[in-house]
Design a protein around this ligand. Structure first.
Ligand code: P6P
Length: 325
């Protein structure tokens, strides 16, 4: 497991985000977009801990009931990206926004501002997921073309897991926070290059096992081989644990009555890019999730992320049922 370099949240000894981006020779326009996402997530980290998580009796463009914090998080990200000259944005909370094409914008960002917000009231960890693509298109693309992707985890600590095309590994940054929501700074504290075999499993969409025999057999295999169950229902911490622990498997399969619910643009592709950069494998049942054509912002897919053997087991036992959307 990676050696962490911080003793307390206020005394991390890693490189500051800006220095780390420069040391890794990240192109300035990509660096600007990445830093905008870090700034937005820092603000959301504060708001998640202070804003109301009441339902606001309104629904997003996809019919999901929204919480005040959903809308707040979406707004914070959009504002930070607009200020940094992004070409286009697409949020899982609303129909794609085509921001005015900025004269110096080179990237477009798709994001799920607060994934798992339905479990905020239980005080479970939630997160932000984002993918940064070159150019101004957010459809007619695949995860293979990603320039960068990240996961921010709002848990007991706020951390960001980030992968950048051309920079080896997945990287963890800690928000060294004075908890004022204004003065915290991001420092690099760990890097991940491999996901080994290990008996930790996070089985999503469990109801799909009722009419997906392959999935039922896979769950039976995990149980009879004494795997550790580690599942909260929040995709961000549930997949991030596999990077940090360097082992295990997360899956969210489909069935005729429990269709694929995770969206490729906002969740599956950015997470696949990050996990594969961190040494994991990914699959939608027969191929890497990075090869799924993103023909619309709403394309959904089953997915699996984990060590090579665990992903292979998923492909052999679950595969791509003909009903998977
Ligand atoms: P299930 C949360 O709403 C979410 O989109 C993901 O964060 C999470 O992995 C999934 O749904 C949970 O789905 O069917 O396992 O409860």
């Amino acid at each position: 497991a990676p050696k962490r370099r911080f003793t307390t949240v206020m005394a991390a000894s890693g490189a500051a985000l800006e220095d780390w981006l420069m040391n890794n020779e990240v192109k300035s326009e990509l660096s600007t977009t990445i830093r905008a996402m870090f700034a937005a997530c820092k603000e959301i980290s504060y708001k998640v801990r202070t804003a109301s998580c009441d339902k606001v009796a309104c629904f997003n463009d996809f019919g999901d009931e929204q919480l005040a914090i959903d809308i707040l998080s979406d707004k914070v990200i959009f504002e930070n990206l607009t200020n940094c000259g992004t070409c286009a944005t697409a949020s899982s909370e609303e129909v794609p926004k085509e921001v005015p094409i900025s004269e110096n914008g080179s990237y477009s960002v798709a994001f799920d501002p607060l994934d798992g917000s339905s479990i905020i009231d239980t005080n479970f960890s939630v997160g932000t997921i984002y993918g940064i693509w070159p150019g101004s298109k957010l459809t007619g693309i695949t995860g293979r073309e990603l320039s960068a992707s990240g996961l921010c985890i709002y848990g007991p600590r706020t951390t960001m897991s980030l992968a950048i095309d051309g920079v080896e590994g997945a990287h963890e940054f800690l928000l060294m926070d004075d908890f004022s929501g204004r003065h915290g700074s991001w420092v690099h504290v760990a890097e991940f290059f491999s996901v080994a075999e290990g008996k930790l499993f996070a089985p999503g969409n469990l109801r799909a096992a009722q009419d997906n025999d392959g999935y039922k057999e896979l769950i039976d295999y995990y149980n009879s081989n004494k795997y550790q169950l580690r599942y909260t229902g929040g995709m961000v911490p549930d997949v991030n644990q596999i990077l940090v622990k360097g082992k295990g498997v997360f899956c969210n399969p489909a069935s005729p009555t429990a269709k694929a619910k995770l969206r490729v643009l906002y969740e599956v592709a950015p997470i696949g890019f990050l996990m594969e950069a961190g040494g994991a494998k990914s699959s939608e049942g027969k191929q890497s999730v990075l090869d799924i054509p993103i023909d619309s912002t709403e394309v959904k897919s089953q997915c699996c992320f984990g060590s090579e053997n665990e992903v292979k087991r998923f492909e052999e036992m679950v595969g791509v049922p003909d009903f998977a959307e």
